[in-house]
Design a protein around this ligand. Sequence first.
Ligand SMILES: Nc1ncnc2c1ncn2[C@@H]1O[C@H](COP(=O)(O)OP(=O)(O)OP(=O)(O)O)[C@@H](O)[C@H]1O
Ligand SMILES: [Mg+2]
Length: 490
Amino acid sequence: MHFLSIRFKLTLWYVLILGILLISFSTLLYFTLSNSLHRDVDNKLRSLAELIAAESSSPLSKFGFGSIDQALELSLDLKPIGKFIQVLDESGRVGRRSENLKNVQLPVSLQTLKNATQGIVTFETHRIGNLPLRIITYPVKENHHITRIIQIASSLEDVEEALNKLFLILLITVPSALVVASLGGQFLARKALKPVDQITHTARVITTKNLNQRIEPLKVKDEISRLVDTFNDMISRLDQSFNQIKQFTADASHELKTPLTILKGEVEVALRKVRSPSEYIQVLESNLEEINRMSKIVDDLLWLSKADIGEIKLQREEVNLTAIIQELVDQMSLIAQSKRIQIQTIHPNGGEEIRIYGDALRMRELFLNLIDNGIKYTEEGGEITIHLQKERMLSNQEGRNSSDGRKAEFAKVIISDTGIGISKEDQKKIFDRFYRVDKARSRGQGGSGLGLSICKWIVEAHQGEIEVESEPGKGSSFIVKLPLYNPPLT
Ligand SMILES: Nc1ncnc2c1ncn2[C@@H]1O[C@H](COP(=O)(O)OP(=O)(O)OP(=O)(O)O)[C@@H](O)[C@H]1O
Ligand SMILES: [Mg+2]
């Protein structure tokens, strides 16, 4: 396990916190038990001392010499097993003693004696030989005088043994618990972080060639599963982008290859024998047509790639949309007439000029493409109608007021034709680059399938929307919505 790994850090924190808790708990347990056992011994010593001191109608009531055991048994019916008793007079002279003391004297320090003469009870712990003893020095007062001092000692051997045993148990169990906890912690951390390892592994092996690889989604929904989902989503998006790029490159090469093949074929055929000037002119004219087509594709591609990397900047100003569209209609009418197609403009707002805040050149390009499509994909004798109107936001868009609080209005341009129409399936794709419903037909018309991608980019760069409504065989309507020009309030 690496020392900087999350697994190591998690385990370390876990063991550290558990260690602090266990040690605190053990210390508390040890001292509480020790206190309680010592207090118990002290209480028993005091009770016995009080009992002996209270006895006044026996030899015990006076200072004397000899064994105390008999006197206790006689007057108190008491056989204090394991207790060492000695009685002193107020000067510290030892009188009666229990037999088990043999020739040993319970120690009495000057301070203790001083305390006793002042009527203060003293508890002390002494070690005689190897034996730990708890000693109470209890002065007996009669008529305001200290008549005797009772000293009782009790062995602390059992207490010490119990505490030592507890200490030993804690000394073994606490470190063992910590070792087990660290193993458990490592196991848990490894289990919890396994999906992260999996993510790392998958991320490492993913290249542009195997972007279809995914991490197995987790059953339990937690932070890691969200990370897995996010990672999988990211790969999906990358996969989609790479596929689009691949498709785009293939389409672009194909689009350029067709006119090149035609050019090559025409030139090769023309060179097979000497031709008349008019035949050369015919070949060159046809060549020029293909060259123009290639030139348009390259221009469009260049434009789109510049737009992709943000190099196309809009020159925004107040633009008279009504005038631009009218100009275009006038220019395109000639081509339309050659197909006997009528173009008419309708202004439901009573001829009021519609102005937007945009790039005039791009607006021309947008509507030129849409009218051009209308003419291209409408049979002879058809009709193209352009509606130009102002509209208010729908009620659910009311929130989108303009910054000065005025109700947001937008320009709506509908370019409808009575042409071949577009199926529902194709409507979703026509804004994709190089997408054409009928390749042969569109190519025959000089199209490469880039026009609507450019239109979509222009509209979106102007914070507008473009959509299509169409029914195959009946016609299509392209609806463009653009934010209006809002002159500053004076
Ligand atoms: N008004 C329309 N009626 C029917 N089909 C249309 C119409 N406009 C576009 N389409 C379909 O959508 C496809 C994509 O249009 P787009 O303008 O992007 O390309 P294009 O017209 O083929 O070529 P380009 O505009 O680059 O010269 C067209 O090939 C055509 O199939
Ligand atoms: Mg077009």
